[in-house]
Design a binder for this molecule. Sequence first.
Ligand SMILES: *[C@@H]1O[C@H](CO)[C@@H](O)[C@H](O)[C@H]1NC(C)=O
Length: 331
Amino acid sequence: MQSSFLSRPSPLLSLLLLLLLPLRSGWAQAPTGTTLWGSPGGPDCPEACACIPGGQANCSALALPAVPAGLSRRVRALLLDHNRVCALPPGAFAGAGALLFLDLRENGLRSVHGRAFWGLGALQWLDLSANQLEALAPGTFVPLRALRSLSLASNRLAQLEPATLGALPLLRALSLQDNALSALAPGLLDGLPALDALRLRGNPWTCGCALRPLCTWLRRHPRPESEAKTLLCVSPRRQTLSPLTAFSDAAFRHCVQPLAARDLAVIYAVGPVSFLASLATCLALGSVLTACRARRRRHRTLMRRSPRKAPEPEGPPSTDPGSPAAAVARV
Ligand SMILES: *[C@@H]1O[C@H](CO)[C@@H](O)[C@H](O)[C@H]1NC(C)=O
C-alpha cells in the first residue's frame, strides 16, 4: 500500500540520498578490495539481501520471518518492506548503529518491543505503515533522537501515548492516518517542536474536550483547505462530520483545564494529610463526647442513689420476718 505520505517527493529523501552519495566512492575502495558489499550473503551484506554500494541493503519481499542477521555499521538503508516480520524483539537492529533509513511497510507486524529500536540513534526515516499494530510500548521511539520522518499509517492504533514518542526534537513528518485514533493524548505534540507535517485523516475523531490540544496545533499549523476537509469528527452525534479545523478555542471554553503537575502534587500531599487530620479530630471529639456522657451518667446515678441511701439508718424498723422484732411480734 503506497500512501500519499510516501509517494510525495520529500525534501527529506533527497537529503538522505545526498548523505548516501559520498559513501559510494569510499565503499568502492574498501581495504580488502573486491566484493565486500554487493553480493547476497557477502561478509557485510545481511543474509539473503541484495546490497549495493552506498549502504543500501535491499531485503524487500523475500518472505523473511525476522530481521536478517549480519547487520553492520555499513548498512545505511535497510529495505525490509513486504516481508513477514510480525514481531520486533529487543535490540532487533543491533549492530546497525549507522542506519539512516528503515522501511518495514507491510509485514503484518503486530508487536514491537519497547527496546526494539535501541541503538538506532542515527535513524532519520522510519516507515511502519500498513502493519497490524494495535498498541506501542512506552519508550519505543525514545532512542530515535535523529528521527525526521515517522509513518504509522494504516495500522490499528487506538491510542498513542506521549511516552511512546518521547521527545523527538527533529521530527518533521508524522503520519497517523488510517488508524483507530479518537483523540491525541495531551502532551503528545509538546515533545515534537519541529513537527510540521501531521497526517491524520482516516481516524474516528471524537470532537470532545480531549481533542483540544490537536485543534490548537492545527490552528497554529494551517493545512490546505482540501486536506483540512478530510479531518472530520465521527462523534458525538451532533458534531458528526464537522471538520476539526472548525473548532475555535472558544468552543473548548466549557472544558476544564487539566491540572498541572504542581497542583496534582499539592492534591496528593493535602489529601492524605487532611484525611488523617480529620480522622484524628473525629477520634478526639468522639472520645471527649463519650467521656462527658459517661461522667454525666455517673454523676446522675450518684445523685439518684445518695438520697435513698442517706435516710436508711434512721428509717422505720425492719419488718423482715427473720428478724428478732418479728419473732417477738409473732410470740
Ligand atoms: C529491491 O529489490 C526488489 C526485487 O528484489 C526490487 O523490485 C526493488 O525495486 C528493489 N528496491 C530498490 C529500492 O532498489
